[in-house]
Design a protein around this ligand. Sequence first.
Ligand code: SF4
Length: 332
Amino acid sequence: MVKVGIPKALLYYQYYPMWRTFFRELGAEVVVSPSTNQVMITLGSSRVVADTCLPVKVFVGHVLFLVEKCDYIFIPSVRSVKSKVYNCPKFLGLPDMTRAIVPESPPILDIDVDINKGTRELFKSIDKLGRHFTRNQSKVRQAAMAAWQAHLDYQQQMYRQGLTSPQGIEAVSSDPATEPETEASHSSPILATIAVIGHPYLLYDELINHRFIQRLEQAHVRVLTPEMVCSEDRESAISRVVGKAHWTYEDEVVGAGEHYLSGGTDGVIGVVAFGCGPDSLMMDIVQRQARLHSTPFMSLHLDEHTAEGGLVTRLEAFLDMIYRKRRQRACV
Ligand code: SF4
């Protein structure tokens, strides 16, 4: 059976159920790299220029892990998934960059996803991708339809049940009898509700973010994430704040941030990769909105030098600030 490798980094968290369904429907075996470890970061960093953002270094580390473990590695070039809204340039050149810096990689299966070229072009790209597995075009179309349905199911599971991306992937992968644990399963009292916003590859990579979501939960904080908001609500929040989105996945930052701020939350934490241009602009908008709503906001900038101790101290200080603010309100 042909093995297709999928790096557990970058767009994995948004699209893994869709990609897995597509390749399995075409008879391939899907091999996913394990969670990020320090070796991956070190090796990934050694292949790129120093000022590359951490998520891309991590991605390269995952690709290096998959070398010799699969026949192909799937790396799409996602340019645009909404009309006239474009992705960060790093995503556009990901397949070509990987070919250049990981020459020992197995052949890279890439696909150009650009909705501005029309659905006909998109289907042509999907057919081209599917030809690596079958010459039967209708089988490829069926696999594409099954994959799209898997994606919709995944998204619905997350916002209907209030799941994070890893929990959503588990939910659509496992037996319905073994449902993932959600915050509703906990019986401990909730002391605060905090919205954590940012891209899933920053929020759910536990090595680079030092498990800060679990740390908040251990402190009895209810954590809300972008996937728990449906896309319509995120888009309506974007239109209230900036009118029209400029960046793909802006809804994960500005949309989710504004949605939670206007709904009332005790605080917002924005997670950004150090040196990320698009996020520095988007997070600034959320920070301004937080000021308008008088809601505490903290930004966490992650890179490979982010120290666990410093991050824990900042989380503790942020929670102290929220509790102090609440006490002051109670006294007025
Ligand atoms: S959006 Fe930012 S963090 Fe993500 S790949 Fe682009 S530069 Fe890196």
